[in-house]
Every structure is written in C-alpha cells, then in structure tokens.
Design a binder for this molecule. Structure first.
Ligand code: 4NP
Length: 157
C-alpha cells in the first residue's frame, strides 16, 4: 500500500484537485487497491470547509466528484502514516517542515519535481484560473505515477 498525502495552504483548491485527479488516474488503471490517497492543509484557515467551487467545477468537467471532502490540517503525527508528502509549491514545503519538524525518511517533495519541468503548481486563488492549475496537476500526477512505476513501487501503468 502506497500512502500519499497531497498538501497546499488551504486544502480547498490545489491539494484536493491533486487528490481526486490522482485517485481517478489510479482507478482507471486498476491500481486503486494499491493506494491510500488524501490531502491536507498547512494552515488551519479553511478547516472544515468544502472544496472550492472552482476546483469542483473543473473536476466535474472530467467526471470527477469531490463529494465528502472537507479541509483538514496536516498534523505532526501524520508523518508516520504516509509515504509521500507532496506539496503544490515551494512555500508549502516550508509549511510542511514547520509542522513535521524534520524529514529523516525524505518523504517530502513538490508535485512537479517529479516532472521533466520542475516548478510550482499554478495557484488559482488570486487568478481564478483553475484550467492552468488542472493541467499542471495532471502533468504532476502522471509524472508521480511514472516515478512510482520506475521505482518498482507499483505494477505496470
Ligand atoms: P489552496 O488555495 O491552498 O490551493 O487550497 C488557497 C486557499 C485559501 C487561501 C489561499 C489559497 N487563503 O489565503 O485563505
């Protein structure tokens, strides 16, 4: 079982998008039973709030539902419960480190660091543009899946 936690600032826009896109990807490939996938925030600002409408509408275009997801904050004790802590941008990495303290098992990374063009995921919070965010997240999730396959962590994709 590979346990993945996607993380952003509020857990209402980017990390739930990554959570549900990645869940959809592994389901389509028949790999769902090899994964436990969730998302969380570095801040407590949005705690308990539903997924942002922009993310919900973008995912709906692709037949993906976020039903039942409400924002939660990352806890220090989560470190033992996941194999991968995947931030959306470099500021999330600082936020994650502030909470977990240290990363002796090298579990923390940025989603697009798995891709051939490492960069931050576009932040829709100020621009309202969820299309670019979605494209970045699909690219990152595909790269992550490829990484897991090349690493021998999952069967053929
Ligand atoms: P997210 O988006 O981190 O992708 O969920 C944001 C949510 C809330 C805020 C900023 C970004 N905020 O400033 O409250």
């Amino acid at each position: 079982m590979i346990r993945i936690l996607f993380i952003c600032l509020g857990n209402i826009c980017r990390s739930p998008m990554a959570e549900f896109v990645f869940k959809d990807m592994v389901e389509r490939r028949g790999l769902a039973d090899q994964f436990y996938i969730a998302s969380a925030a570095t801040s407590g600002e949005e705690h308990g709030n539903p997924v942002h409408r922009g993310t919900r509408e973008k995912l709906k275009e692709h037949g993906i539902s976020t039903a039942g997801k409400y924002a939660v904050q990352l806890k220090k004790s989560d470190y033992e419960n996941y194999d991968y802590f995947i931030g959306m941008e470099k500021w999330n990495i600082s936020g994650i480190m502030r909470i977990i303290g240290s990363d002796p098992e090298h579990k923390v990374s940025r989603l697009l660091d798995f891709s051939s063009r490492p960069r931050d995921i576009a932040d829709p919070w100020y621009t309202g543009n969820f299309d670019v965010t979605y494209d970045d997240i699909v690219e990152g999730c595909q790269a992550l899946l490829r990484h897991l396959e090349e690493n021998g962590e999952i069967g053929s994709v």
